[in-house]
Design a protein around this ligand. Structure first.
Ligand SMILES: [Zn+2]
Length: 324
């Protein structure tokens, strides 16, 4: 019996050891991919003068809209063949001069004479050249992005993500926090998709976190304040878009952090305001229901935006907040 226990303990330790090694490896691999990407973005900036944080933001946006993107993929930007090789060019030969003849936009970024749509340096260089066709100041880049995507939300998301990367001088931004201060009393359960108590037959697009008035409301992620103000249902609400094409919606606040304006960059833990019961009436209406934070999440896939259940994420972020 004793021997069996000892054997079990040894086996257990070995599993723990393997897991620790695996976790360490995973963290090192993750850091390496972020470092490798950053090096490529900075190299592209040196060649094209498009600031690296714009190049990083375009790649980040594309990684979120590509359903087949893998975590360890170096560069996720995909330029359609017709644009890369030129209309009607079915040869798919990477010779830069041949592409020019067909009006293809594909360019050689690493100096090997080939404009290869599968080479990360060529793809980043080509993208930067297309985006800077109208110039290099902020407004020119916005126009360049518009011509590249022809979609307002894509331009908005990339501009905001670039601002986050520029602010923190980093692309490896994985910290998170819980949306209410965990040192206060609060409770929540999974309620996404329930019928609402108010507002007719619309389904409940979020999780309600019940807490007292004045409980601090915090940003859960890195992002930019995209919307702030009154909404008939949401009351005093705030919308933050993060760097993963996710829109975070905080509703029914009693007040806002005075420093918070549309366009401001936030990080996990930044105070947005406090819990209240505003909404379901004209501006200032409050007290029609118990105070709570309504927290919603919406994902943009490059074509449309849809609501998904924040509950599993809230559980995870609660653990992260407890370890701080
Ligand atoms: Zn709610």
């Amino acid at each position: 019996m004793l021997r069996q226990v000892r054997r079990l303990i040894i086996a257990g330790c070995f599993v723990c050891f393997l897991f620790a090694v695996y976790a360490q490896d995973a963290a090192a691999n993750e850091k390496k991919i972020y470092d490798d990407r950053t090096a490529l973005y900075k190299k592209t900036e040196a060649l094209t003068h498009l600031p690296w944080y714009y190049i990083a933001a375009i790649d980040q946006y594309e990684r979120q809209i590509d359903p087949n993107a893998k975590d360890d993929q170096l560069v996720s930007i995909r330029i359609p063949d017709e644009i890369w090789f030129g209309p009607g060019n079915v040869t798919h030969i990477n010779e830069e001069n041949l592409l020019l003849l067909f009006g293809g936009k594909g360019k050689d970024g690493n100096g090997d004479g080939q404009a290869d749509p599968n080479n990360p340096e060529d793809v980043l260089y080509t993208t930067a050249m297309m985006v800077t066709e109208y110039g290099l100041n902020e407004e020119d880049i916005k126009i360049g992005l518009w011509h590249f995507y022809k979609r307002a939300l894509a331009v908005q998301t990339i501009k905001q993500t670039a601002k986050v990367f520029k602010t923190f001088q980093h692309i490896h931004l994985t910290d998170r926090d819980f949306p209410v201060d965990i040192n206060y009393n609060y409770s929540y359960r999974s309620s996404w998709g329930d019928r609402r108590g108010f507002g007719g037959l619309r389904i409940h697009e979020g999780t309600d976190i019940f807490a007292d008035y004045q409980t601090p409301v915090k940003s859960t992620t890195y992002g930019v304040v995209e919307m702030k103000g009154w909404n008939t249902y949401g009351g005093w609400r705030i919308g933050i878009r993060d760097i993963f094409n996710i829109y975070h919606y905080y509703a029914h606040l009693s007040d806002y952090n005075k420093d918070l304006q549309v366009g401001k960059v936030v990080k996990p833990g930044d105070i947005l305001g406090s819990v209240g019961s505003t909404g379901y009436g004209p501006p200032g209406t409050a007290g029609k229901f118990p105070p709570h934070l309504h927290y919603g999440m919406y994902k943009d896939n490059g074509k449309s935006e849809w609501s998904f259940d924040p509950y599993p994420y809230l559980r995870k972020w609660e653990q992260i907040a407890r370890q701080k």
